[in-house]
Design a protein around this ligand. Structure first.
Ligand code: RRO
Length: 309
């Protein structure tokens, strides 16, 4: 059986890796991911300067969802550029994730990581947790402009991380825009921007920053994320490789994302909860499922979801 997949010319040994933000902020965490069964090493979104992030508690995980308002804690782009070469020994694709607070910062960050041994660059246009800053991707003109300029500056694999959209037309515009300028992949989706979890006993929010409201992830996000994957796959005519993120916690979740049109999936909340050993479990469960369904090659199933007449 073949579970290899591709993001354009980049080959992945299996269709599963860490979502940015999950277990990938420190050198130690990145080594943990590299040593695990994860197909790639995705780095935490990096900013121009190091950041402590928002005050704690800033993450709440329940059985059905997670809420986070991390606030982009990261060591800064220079740190990640300095350590990236250490990860070449693992012979896995290395993904940088960049997050600017202004359009120009994306160009600066990009110049820095583009020079280094990252194989792919994900442009995070969808961080929900910085007070007073809007989500870039909700402005399609700026989003496409940023990616267009970056595309001209690199032959590396270039992708974009997007938030959920509410209308099919917005998705059509984004998908067509990104295809027309040659973006390689879209990671769908970042956490839903406005969620919260209340502690009913104490009658208080369970995280501190921003009135207790942050990005919603985990199993509750899957239904939303799958629909985004289906529509992006449809409107891009399969020309945009898609990484499905949201509620991946078992082999069948991965299979659903593949059917919907994803070439691979990212694991966020469940990785934070279970740790990097989750990749082996997910691989086993996926292989088991493919055997049961007599699927020889996972790539044959990408986007093969059926629709009722
Ligand atoms: O660090 C965060 O608060 C964060 C980021 Br940058 C992101 O892209 N998505 C998210 O849920 N949290």
């Amino acid at each position: 059986m073949n579970i290899k997949t591709n993001i354009k010319h980049l080959e992945l040994a299996l269709p599963i890796y860490n979502a940015s933000g999950a277990w990938c902020t420190t050198e130690k965490e990145l080594h943990d991911i590299a040593k695990s069964k994860s197909a790639a090493v995705m780095f935490k979104s990096m900013t121009v300067k190091p950041r402590e992030g928002n005050p704690e508690p800033r993450l709440r995980i329940t059985d059905s969802f997670s809420i986070n308002s991390m606030g982009l804690p990261n060591r800064g782009v220079d740190y990640y550029c300095k350590i990236v070469d250490m990860f070449a020994q693992y012979q896995k694709p290395l993904f940088a994730s960049i997050a600017g607070f202004a359009e120009n910062e994306f160009y600066d960050l990009f110049e820095r990581v583009n020079d280094k041994s990252f194989d792919a660059i994900e442009v995070n246009l969808s961080c929900p947790n910085v007070s007073g800053k809007s989500v870039f991707a909700y402005n399609p003109k700026i989003s496409v402009r940023i990616l267009k300029r970056l595309r001209k500056r690199t032959n590396k694999i270039l992708g974009v991380k997007l938030p959920p959209f509410n209308e099919r037309e917005e998705i059509r515009n984004m998908a067509e825009g990104f295809v027309s300028i040659g973006v390689d992949f879209a990671t769908l989706i970042n956490s839903y921007p406005l969620g919260c979890a209340i502690d009913i006993k104490k009658e208080i929010m369970t995280i501190k920053p921003n009135m207790g409201i942050g990005g919603l992830g985990g199993p509750s996000l899957k239904a939303i994320s799958l629909a985004q994957v289906v529509l992006f796959h449809h409107f891009s005519d399969g020309k945009l490789a898609i990484i499905g993120v949201g509620g991946v916690n078992k082999g069948s979740d991965i299979y659903e994302y593949i059917l919907a049109g994803a070439s691979a999936v990212g694991v966020g909340t469940a990785l934070i909860h279970e740790g990097p050993k989750i990749f082996k479990r997910l691989e086993n469960e996926l292989v088991h499922m493919l055997k049961e369904k007599r699927v020889e090659n996972i790539k044959e199933k990408i986007g093969k979801l059926k629709f009722m007449e």
